[in-house]
Design a protein around this ligand. Structure first.
Ligand code: SF4
Length: 433
């Protein structure tokens, strides 16, 4: 069947899931460009590569629906080829081959060279960090390691991403320099477990040394830390955070729960007492640190008492940023052997209750910012506002600073100084000073 009016052989890369998938898509696109291929990100193209997510049920559903959507377009002659890669493909290739056989080819998370070959391109090892970034020009993710060695009972990531593998410091510095040369000012460091960095290749937790090297990269103004793990946290990182203004006083550390019974069953290797002490140590070491955490509601065996314990702990600890997931019963994880005994609606009720509490906490913390002045990076203009973030806000997940666009003109990617004049639960309103 003749394809309609589409320009021949433009590769459209579609990214689902987390920032690590965004990074992988950008690497794929960089390699394709280096092989002279026309490549776009989520725009029209007659060849489609879907980089899927296989983490939890909702994400898997979204990935499958996206595949089916493009298979429909292929059916209708709108696209010629559909390739599928990423975590869902890594985890469920045999099932996908049976259920959706007309996909041109499925690839796992470690099969970039084979995927490139199928797209008529060659894998070039020398292209260290060469990628087409898909984030706004002023910030980019820097994946410092892949995979995970942790045994968390609910998590399928090690099944899809394999063992922890750190990227050497010198390669990450080269990558950061290339990003800075393209105008990136903010690096968001990501991994499955950031704090494990270096244990494989340097035989020690080496995140602090990596940070020392990255702060020397000209042009980079902010470095942000995501996906830390509570057990064995390298406290020397906080010393660098205090000393180096480029390191945002911000830390994302998913804690998942706080009841000792649940933490034990989750195989998190920590306790309520140790976790509370760790949070207090963070706040003592870096007084104005902003902590982001993530919690799971409705894990097998979670009682009303466990939930109430967590709720009162969240109330007491007052995280600056907090997100919630409902437990997803994932095959081949350790927790899959347990009974998924908390009804879906109860999981959701508990998650809603925690987020309601958090919106109150966030509102109160934001009220205290009125009258204060902050360095703000402008991410975009939206309607009547320029939209920016302080060093305490990560893109897409945290608060934003809204600046009335009728009163000033600001450039995207520019840093400016803003006085906060009003605040809502998850947004701040400011004026340039
Ligand atoms: S540390 Fe994170 S990625 Fe690793 S197993 Fe635990 S939850 Fe999964």
């Amino acid at each position: 069947m003749r394809t309609k009016s589409l320009k021949k052989n433009k590769i459209n890369v579609v990214t689902l899931g987390c920032s690590k998938n965004v990074y992988d898509s950008e690497i794929l696109m960089g390699q394709l460009k280096a092989s002279g291929k026309a490549v776009v990100h989520e725009e029209e193209g007659n060849i489609v590569v879907i980089n899927t997510c296989g983490f939890i049920n909702n994400a898997k559903e979204e990935s499958i629906n996206t595949i089916l959507e493009f298979m429909q377009k292929k059916e209708e002659g709108e696209v010629d080829k559909v390739f599928v890669t990423g975590c869902l493909s890594e985890r469920y290739k045999p099932e996908l081959l049976k259920e959706i056989p007309n996909v041109d080819q499925y690839f796992g998370t470690t099969e970039l060279p084979a995927l490139l070959k199928a797209l008529g391109a060659d894998y070039k090892h020398e292209l260290i960090g060469e990628r087409l970034t898909t984030t706004p020009k002023n910030y980019a993710y820097l994946k410092i390691a892949e995979g995970c060695d942790r045994p968390c009972s609910f998590c399928a990531i090690p099944i899809m991403r394999g063992k922890h593998k750190s990227t050497p410091i010198n390669e990450l510095v080269i990558e950061a320099e290339k990003l800075a040369a393209k105008g990136v000012k903010e690096l968001i460091l990501i991994a499955q477990d950031l704090t494990y960095y270096g244990l494989d290749i340097y035989k020690k937790r080496n995140l602090a040394e990596l940070l020392e090297a990255l702060v020397k990269v000209e042009g980079i103004e902010w470095i942000r830390l995501h996906y830390a793990f509570p057990t064995g946290f390298p406290m020397d990182v906080l010393e660098v955070m205090n000393r180096e203004p480029k390191i945002c006083n911000y830390l994302d550390i998913p804690l998942q729960h706080i009841s000792d019974d649940i933490l034990k069953s989750m195989r998190r290797g920590t306790t309520k007492e140790k976790t509370t002490q760790l949070i207090n140590d963070f706040r003592a070491a870096v007084p104005n640190i902003t902590l982001r955490t993530t919690l799971i509601m409705g894990y097998p065996g979670e009682t009303e008492a466990d939930f109430q314990l967590l709720k009162s702990w969240v109330k007491a600890m007052r995280f600056e940023r907090l997100g919630c997931f409902t437990y997803s019963h994932e095959e081949n994880t350790h927790a899959y052997n347990l009974e998924d005994d908390v009804p879906e609606e109860v999981k959701q009720q508990r998650a809603n209750a925690i987020m309601e509490l958090q919106s109150q906490i966030s509102w109160e913390l934001n009220q205290a910012k009125i009258g204060q002045t902050f360095k703000v990076v402008i991410d975009r203009k939206e309607g009547n506002y320029f939209v920016g973030r302080t060093e305490f806000d990560s893109p897409d997940v945290d608060n934003e600073v809204l600046i009335d666009a009728s009163k000033t003109y600001l450039k995207t990617g520019e840093f400016t100084t803003v006085k906060i004049i009003d605040a809502a639960d998850f947004d701040l309103f400011g004026e340039v000073v």
